[in-house]
Ligand binder design. Sequence first.
Ligand code: CP
Ligand code: NVA
Length: 309
Amino acid sequence: MRKGEAVKKDFLAITDLTRAEIEAVYELAAELKQKVKKGEAHPLLAGKTLGMIFQKPSARTRVSFEVGMVQLGGHAVYLAPTDIQMGKRESTADIARVLSRYVDGLMARVFAHEDVLQLAAYASVPVVNGLSDLLHPCQVLSDLFTIGEHKGKMEGLTIAWVGDGNNVANSWLNMASRFALNLRLGVPEGYDPDPEILSSAKKAGLSEIEIVRDPREAVKDADVIYTDVWASMGQEAEAEKRRAVFRPYQVNSELVALAKPDVVVMHCLPAHRGDEITDEVMDGPHSIVFDQAENRLHVQKALLVKLMS
Ligand code: CP
Ligand code: NVA
């Protein structure tokens, strides 16, 4: 940090924001969403540049951040895995130092969570975690906003996570220490979420958090059913083994019927239709998966404005 500069703020985990900060992001996101719908310009980050480092593939994250920066009057630079080869061609620390001289913020999608921590430690500009093996905070930040739009509230709802205790599930646990949720995780044995994140979410004492093995028990009377792929990026070699383990956890019409009649079904996408979710559910009346995808744009724009302006 250069002399006289304010302390920069990163977003590596949901818990990097206070509840008040999350609420402020949501308020701005709703405003910006309206402006987009009405075609009103909102150049809140005019002239600013976001560097986007990707070690893994992406559709939503890449496009929503890039389009978001353009709508805010700024610019985004996409850095593919083969471009900068962070940690291989050059150390992560040096990449952070160099890119900080060019850009006003960094977004990174990485394998090892340690890499976003390193980037944040050495960058002098804000760093946003665009997914790591441990967390996917941008996804869950925007998902609770989507739930608020559909349910008219963000607390007191039963959210049933069905499937793998992965990076998205871990971020839901983090969210449970900011908003009072009834979070039920229906996960098979051996695929629990991160034990430290689980224990600190429980210790926060704000939400009801329960791990159950039976997916039917998880979704019983739920307001929200959430699922994700059975093998995340980087786990492709385990895909066959996982398919057998997770088969009973498929979100299909039978499972959805056990939840509340007005349950909404969520998936961060990309979906493997026919595995963790059926076509019938994904294209059915309970599904809000494309609203979810859209809101990544609005919520992340608000987040960037808070971090970069
Ligand atoms: N949900 C999500 O992060 O999608 P992408 O992997 O396509 O960015
Ligand atoms: N859990 C998934 C999320 C993709 C957006 C993965 O990490 O591949």
